[in-house]
Design a protein around this ligand. Structure first.
Ligand code: GLU
Length: 546
């Protein structure tokens, strides 16, 4: 391509590739250290799959003593949304997925291999596009969208493989004169890569998750620079992952079929291609069928769903690690006190075919364990933080009743195997503890049936007459037992079972009456502790109100 053509395409001065390379020296890292990245597009939506990808890449890098960075892929300016970078950066940070370099939540770069936002790298891409043109590796294409449309229809009709290649690559063989003429006429253009691949040949690829793949070589002259002067994903990936020293590209498997092209692009420059690890997207079970977790149909595809519900961050991390490598569960059992980030993630153990199934039963069970291992104070702080954002009225209640609520949260907590495991997420706390507050307490006499009103009254009155909050649990229970005995309820479960018709019920029915009257519920944690926290006055008021 003549200098005249190149100057018409790039009239403004650009750095040379060697000037650029000098600014991106090879990273000085220990042997075996991996450099990975997460490269989301700022669309204003953070898919849970993005957190999965970030976590996987971060672990692979940091556990090898390497570097993990965040790159914002915003070359598709139409999809760009305000606040999207902040959302990405906040989301990763919130889950402790720490980037060594990248873009912070204010959109500012940190790290010395930037800029990390692709739209700020236009000159860099263009410098290489120019170099591709000079080396005869690329050419301008003036085909209009309508021309390409017609071509695609012909290909469809004649059942040939779609794409811009071979005889369909119309602008590939334009003469310099024709190119000049088009440029001078101000015709819009893109720049295409001049592929030397042969679609009939296969390229052997080693994918770190999918294993060995034999994929057809790329013969399509893909667009590397769009008419707006920005690169396509393929080209930006080449330049960025090369300059930024990426050693391992972990990304969704929608990119697998592009690997031959990507390897071809790296080879065209004589650059070492990174290793590739493609993971399948997260799945969801829909009426027994597995399908991709969809942004449009599944609220849980959006990471904000987990914030609104108040899932503890480390519960989600533990769950995602469990999806990444199923061996996480055994590891956790053997290392109950270790930080989840100490778990060694392995590409080999990622399922290579089907995507991991996102399953709430498992997530909730992990979350319950995570919450159970927290102290009452930690739970209080986490709930308060959540409430300030999603339930301000409840946040005020929490702040006004800090000690009271902490005591409530401490019921049956941190007592080993018997610790409470009924709390899954912060959203549930308000209704969970509502009965501790007089304005939220809802009596529920229907739960008392089939115990007669006379018995209920007698149980309530007699309990009240001799309830002392200084009693220990045994004395408290002996009191309930004596009420049971006096009113024809068995105090021994076995005796009751052997001869049920001889009794109105057993001591647990008596306790139930007290439970229902004081809490409005028939299932609660330890009633003795609940009463200790409710206090004598509240108990008496509730028992006599019935
Ligand atoms: N921006 C691309 C995406 O969101 C990144 C793929 C990659 O990691 O290379 O799919």
């Amino acid at each position: 391509m003549t200098p005249e053509i190149i100057n018409l395409i790039f009239p403004n001065p650009l750095p040379t590739p060697s000037e650029i390379e000098a600014k991106y020296p090879p990273r000085q890292l220990p042997e075996g250290a991996k450099v990975t990245r997460v490269a989301p597009s700022p669309t204003g939506f953070m898919h849970i799959g993005g957190i999965y990808a970030g976590l996987l890449s971060e672990r692979i890098a940091h556990q090898s003593g390497g570097k993990f960075y965040l790159r914002i892929e915003d070359t598709d300016q139409k999809r760009k949304v305000d606040g999207a970078v902040e959302l990405i950066s906040n989301s990763l940070g919130r889950y402790g997925i720490h980037a060594d370099e990248g873009v912070d939540k204010n959109g500012h770069d940190f790290g010395s291999y930037g800029p990390y936002t692709q739209s700020q790298r236009k000159d860099i891409y263009q410098a290489y596009v120019k170099d591709f043109l000079e080396k005869g590796l690329a050419y301008p294409c003036f085909c209009a969208a309508e021309d390409l449309d017609i071509m695609r229809k012909i290909q469809e009709k004649t059942s040939v493989r779609p794409g811009y290649y071979g005889k369909y690559a119309k602008c590939r063989n334009l003469t310099d004169e024709q190119i000049l003429e088009n440029l001078k006429a101000g015709k819009p253009f893109v720049i295409r890569f001049k592929s030397n691949g042969d679609n009939n040949k296969r390229m052997m690829i080693k994918d770190l998750i999918k294993g060995d793949l034999a994929l057809p070589e790329n013969d399509i002259d893909i667009v590397i620079m769009k008419s707006d002067g920005l690169p396509t994903y393929h080209f930006a990936h080449l330049i960025d992952d090369h300059l930024m020293g990426t050693t391992h590209v972990t990304r969704g498997d929608e990119w697998v079929s592009s690997v031959p092209l990507h390897i071809q692009l790296f080879a065209s420059r004589g650059w070492k291609a990174p290793k590739y690890a493609h993971f399948a997207p997260l799945q969801k079970s829909d009426n027994g069928n597995k399908r991709k977790l969809s942004k449009r149909h599944d609220p849980e595809a959006n990471i904000m769903y987990f914030w609104e519900k108040g899932y503890p961050e480390n519960a989600l991390i533990e769950y995602l690690l469990n999806l990444i490598n199923a061996s996480f569960e055994d590891w956790r059992r053997n290392n109950p006190d270790k930080n989840a980030f100490d778990f060694p993630v392995n590409f080999n153990k990622i399922s290579n075919a089907a995507g991991a199934l996102f399953d709430f039963v498992k997530l909730n069970s992990i979350s319950k364990d995570v919450v159970a291992a927290m102290s009452a104070e930690q739970v209080f702080e986490a709930v308060l933080k959540w409430a300030k954002e999603y339930n301000p009225a409840f946040a005020t209640r929490l702040e006004d009743n800090r000690d009271y609520v902490t005591k409530i949260l401490n019921i049956e907590r941190n007592i080993g195997k018997k610790s409470r495991k009924d709390l899954t997420k912060w959203e549930d706390v308000e209704s969970d503890i509502a009965y501790f507050f007089d304005d939220l307490f809802q009596p529920n006499p229907a739960l008392l049936s089939p115990i007669s009103a006379t018995d209920v009254r007698a149980i309530a009155d007699e309990f009240m007459a001799a309830y002392h909050d200084t009693d220990d649990k045994d004395t408290w229970f002996a009191h309930i037992k004596s009420i049971a005995e006096r009113h024809g309820f068995a105090t021994d479960m076995k005796v009751h079972k052997e001869n049920p018709s001889a009794f109105k019920g057993n001591v647990s029915d008596v306790a139930k009456v007290l439970r229902v009257l004081t809490t409005g519920r028939d299932k609660t944690p330890d009633l003795y502790q609940i009463m200790q926290i409710l206090g004598v006055d509240r108990i008496k008021r509730r028992l006599s109100a019935w």
